[in-house]
Design a protein around this ligand. Structure first.
Ligand SMILES: NC(=O)c1ccc[n+]([C@@H]2O[C@H](COP(=O)([O-])OP(=O)(O)OC[C@H]3O[C@@H](n4cnc5c(N)ncnc54)[C@H](OP(=O)(O)O)[C@@H]3O)[C@@H](O)[C@H]2O)c1
Length: 295
């Protein structure tokens, strides 16, 4: 199987490359060698390599940055995705596009299951999530193209590639703070990037198509998540203080209660995601053995 990856130098791409190196013939590209907003160049590269599968990871993913830069965010996450779709359709490749569980409204009791819960476009919160949803719509409009849309949870992992929650908490610790204030009335689904990459490849191998949730098991408030990071990192002299979201100033608005289940993966016997605490503990033990990964 010949695989082409866009946006390969990011958090997910770096993890995927470790698996792809052993098992597949693959080509990977990152900005600026392949800028997916450049329609001509995107088609040229796809038509030259003629992959069986395209894993399209190129995206603007910083939720706060997207809120301030909606045009650039939509240019990459929507128009860039359209360009990749056109290429995939021409060479008859399966197109794999990660999305996010943030497309769900996050206002219901209990988890979202992709088999029964619909996305309600008017209820999607924030520019990043809207751009990912419109990207999903664009993909599904290419009727003669096989596609796999996978809604990830909030990822952790990747060591120096991690720009998300775990690295932010550990960087605060490295900077010497003794108190960290974290929201305790908003819930997410932390998910290991290692599990996600492995699970994504197994789904591709089993020729999964359509829309799938792929999230770590279990939910956490940001407060619980930060406490677990410090506990597993062995940090005892930093206090996590629970606060209410209304007392916290944020750039991008976020959903209140986001949790999901991997309905279709479970049905296919392909849910390889682990409980977030188990995977987080393993990840932090791995990075603890490195010299000051977040110094
Ligand atoms: N990380 C998460 O928590 C999470 C959660 C849900 C879904 N996802 C989705 O998973 C996918 C991969 O995410 P990730 O965490 O690996 O993101 P990431 O670390 O931000 O990586 C994205 C990559 O895309 C590249 N890129 C940006 N603009 C580009 C362009 N115009 N053309 C080509 N490449 C471009 C970036 O390059 P530069 O660094 O040079 O800008 C970066 O290497 C994305 O679709 C994201 O929406 C991620």
């Amino acid at each position: 199987m010949k695989i082409l990856v866009t946006g390969s130098n990011g958090m997910v791409g770096t993890e995927l490359k470790k698996h792809l190196d052993n098992a597949f013939f693959f080509k990977h590209f990152n900005y600026p060698d392949l800028d997916v907003t450049n329609r001509h160049r995107t088609q040229e590269i796809i038509e030259y390599h003629r992959p069986d599968v395209i894993i399209h990871l190129a995206a603007k993913t910083d939720v706060d940055w997207c809120e301030y830069n909606p045009e650039e965010c939509f240019a990459v996450n929507v128009e860039g995705t359209r360009n990749v779709c056109e290429g995939a359709q021409k060479v008859k490749a399966l197109l794999v596009v990660p999305s996010t569980f943030y497309v769900y409204p996050g206002d219901k009791e209990g988890p979202y299951d992709e088999r029964y819960d619909q996305v309600i476009p008017d209820k999607i919160i924030g520019t990043y999530s809207k751009s990912k949803w419109i990207g999903e719509v664009v993909v599904s409009e290419f009727k003669n193209m096989r596609h796999l849309i996978v809604r990830f949870g909030s990822l952790f992992g990747g060591g120096e590639k991690d720009k998300k929650f775990v690295s932010k908490v550990l960087r605060m610790v490295s900077s010497g703070v003794k108190e960290i204030r974290m929201i305790d009335n908003r819930f997410i689904q932390p998910s290991s990037v290692k599990d996600t990459a492995r699970n994504l490849l197994s789904l591709i191998e089993k020729e999964g198509e359509g829309v799938f949730n792929m999230v770590g098991h279990g939910t956490a408030s940001y407060y619980e998540y930060a406490k677990a990071v410090l506990e597993f990192a062995g940090v005892k002299d930093v206090k996590v203080i629970p606060i209410n979201s209304k007392d916290f100033k944020e750039t991008a608005p976020r959903a209140v209660n986001l949790s999901a289940v991997n309905g279709r993966l479970g049905e296919m016997g392909l849910d390889l995601m682990r409980d977030w605490r188990i995977a987080l503990k393993e990840y932090i033990e791995e990075i603890k053995s490195q010299t000051k990964p977040y110094a």
